[in-house]
Design a protein around this ligand. Sequence first.
Ligand SMILES: [Zn+2]
Length: 394
Amino acid sequence: MIRTLFLLLLCTFALEAATLEVKKWSKGETFLTFLEKNKLPLKIYYDLAREEQELATEIMSNVDYQILKNDNDEIEQVMIPIGEELQLHLIKEKNGYELTTTPISFQEEKLAVTVEIKRSPYEDIIDETNNYLLAHEFIQAFKSSVNFKLLRKGDKVVIFYTKRTRLGRQFGAPKIEAAMVEVRGRKNYVFSYNKGRYYDANGKEVEGFFLSKPVNYRRISSRFTYKRWHPVLKRYRAHLGIDYAANRGTPIRAAGNGKLTYVGRKGGYGKTIMIRHQNGYKTLYAHMKGYRKGMRRGKWVKKGQVIGYVGSTGISTGPHLHFGLYKNNRAINPNSVVKITKSKLTGKKRKEFFAYIKQYKKDIEVALNDYSNPSKEKDFDYIVSLDKIAEQPN
Ligand SMILES: [Zn+2]
């Protein structure tokens, strides 16, 4: 719907020789510096609701964004992605600019690939698909359960995955649905299940665990919402984390082992720390009063280690911790990962899981079989898309 609107607007502007530029959001750029740089009124930012100022803080560096200008070189529209499904949409109206949050349109393709090991799974997957993000995700998915050093030439890898494309380019990391790596003839699997977490063929989760809560809180003052349409405000509302209201100065603990990737002020988030964990996970801690001594970029921290203290810096109405969790740079609900205390699926969930993976296991066999007998008729619809991969540069 939004895409149609945009195309429609594009057409209107085309008459006035509008130009559409695709740019990269530079490192350290904030929504405010962006407005400043483009001589747009800073009021646009200051007029935003608290949640939207927080959202504007979620813009990732290096993301592609679009600027539409008219022939007087005035900005008519700007579209900046927030995560993989939402974008900030700035539109010039008669009485100034309006900022809204709209869904991003993208194409989704389901693909499959079979790779024979020649050098290493990482290099061989890239050779076959030209997709280094896929190779990276594959390594992340298996690195805690498979010793890649044991691989031999001729071992095989099968990956079923979903790839998103926006503006003709891959958008975000591909999502692995199911994958198999043969190590000296023995098959190892991962399946994406339960909101994108990875499980082996026995229903055991292959990733590490996070703390159940990063702070001793009094109450949750704001929950995680993603792309929720607000019928009264008639706009998309999103809050990409959990707000834990707590007393000023309460210690904040690292949710898992990892490396600090950011220590400093970050737009509406105020004093912020970001930690990179295993398997493509990142956590974010915002509105801090201060950091614990010695916290600096590059430092390794252990799960449960105090990293800072609850405060109210940035855009905040009272002392609280905004806690964000990201998988491959996509904000996910911390509760979906943090609250789970069991690493193994049990009962009904386990039954459902086995039913779910049955078809994938069959499909993997078909893919392996097709690979060894290329002349054989392919009775497997994923394979149809395979040719497309080679054509698409990433
Ligand atoms: Zn928040």
